[in-house]
Design a protein around this ligand. Structure first.
Ligand SMILES: Nc1ncnc2c1ncn2[C@@H]1O[C@H](COP(=O)(O)OP(=O)(O)OP(=O)(O)O)[C@@H](O)[C@H]1O
Length: 278
């Protein structure tokens, strides 16, 4: 479903990716490993179009997305939880999740909010975008998830797909995203992207800075998504233990290129020593 061919990218004049080729098949959990600075985040940013490709190709479900904007990639079915989560701190939990819905509304030809950047003062822009559509306050009209799915539910209802794995979130719908703990924010970031029911979920270090009990929850979420079989996952992760307990296939990057790839079972100690041990 996702095919990356000889992808090259970098920052300014500095190349980082030097011809990366990889593939994610439907239902697979593919893990991206490598020491610090080898280009893992650069690769997922380039797949999402947050960073422009210098060369090579990103194909998805038979379409060439290489020159497409991030919003269009989201509308095609790609969901992305960036490193650091990037939730909208000034918006409520409810508004954060509804923003995620925009990616799927975009599949009907409307603007996707993945084009909004959830940082600092841009929260204001996001807030405006939300309130324009009436999500912000009681009694106003919200994005019609029900319209799209023909479900006939209340107009401001958050889709079950967003929250079914995070029972704590509905208890905090009116809290500001910025007031949540790191673990809760990570759950919110997941819920926001799952609201759009992506076919491929790209996760950049979802366990970074998260306490162990929440890491276990995130592992359960990934396993549950995997067992549903509807969404493939491309997972950037540092923890070998986490990768071994969730993944099917592994790519290891070194100096912006794939240095090793294979089934999870083939990821032996020799490979770990050679490419991952610091
Ligand atoms: N915004 C940026 N501007 C310039 N250089 C950058 C930028 N982001 C990353 N780099 C550089 O690109 C290279 C690859 O970084 P990248 O974040 O992709 O690595 P990574 O494998 O994800 O590392 P980590 O595991 O530490 O997150 C590094 O040398 C890094 O310093």
């Amino acid at each position: 479903m996702l095919t990356v061919e000889k992808l090259e990218s970098g920052y300014g004049e500095s190349p980082v990716l030097r011809g990366v080729t990889l593939e994610v098949r439907p239902g697979q959990v593919v893990c991206l490993l490598g020491r610090n600075g080898t280009g893992k985040s650069t690769l997922v940013k380039s797949i999402m179009g947050v960073l422009k490709a210098w060369g090579g190709k990103v194909g998805y479900a038979g379409r060439d997305l290489t020159r497409k904007a991030p919003g269009e990639r989201a509308r095609s079915g790609l969901g992305y939880v960036p490193q650091g989560r990037e939730i909208f701190g000034q918006l409520t939990v409810r508004e954060n999740i509804l923003i995620g819905l925009e990616a799927s509304r975009g599949r009907d030809g409307r603007r996707a909010t993945s084009e909004l950047q959830p940082t600092g003062r841009r929260d204001e822009d996001a807030s405006k975008a939300v309130s324009k559509r009436g999500v912000g306050s009681e009694g106003e009209e919200a994005p019609k998830a029900a319209d799209r799915r023909g479900g006939g539910r209340g107009s401001d209802e958050i889709p079950q797909a967003a929250i079914e794995r995070f029972p704590v979130l509905p208890t905090m719908y009116d809290r500001r995203g910025g007031d949540l703990s790191g673990g809760q924010q990570q759950q919110l970031a997941f819920a926001r992207v799952l609201a759009a029911e992506p076919e491929l979920l790209i996760l950049d270090e979802p366990c970074e800075g998260i306490q162990p009990s929440i890491v276990d929850d995130i592992r359960d979420v990934i396993r549950s998504i995997k067992s549903d079989g509807r969404t493939a996952i491309l997972l950037v992760e540092q923890s070998l233990e986490f990768v071994r307990s969730t993944g099917d296939y592994v790519y290891i990057l070194e100096k912006g290129a794939v240095a090793w790839q294979g089934d999870m079972e083939a990821l032996g100690d020799d490979v770990v020593r050679r490419y991952l041990t610091v």
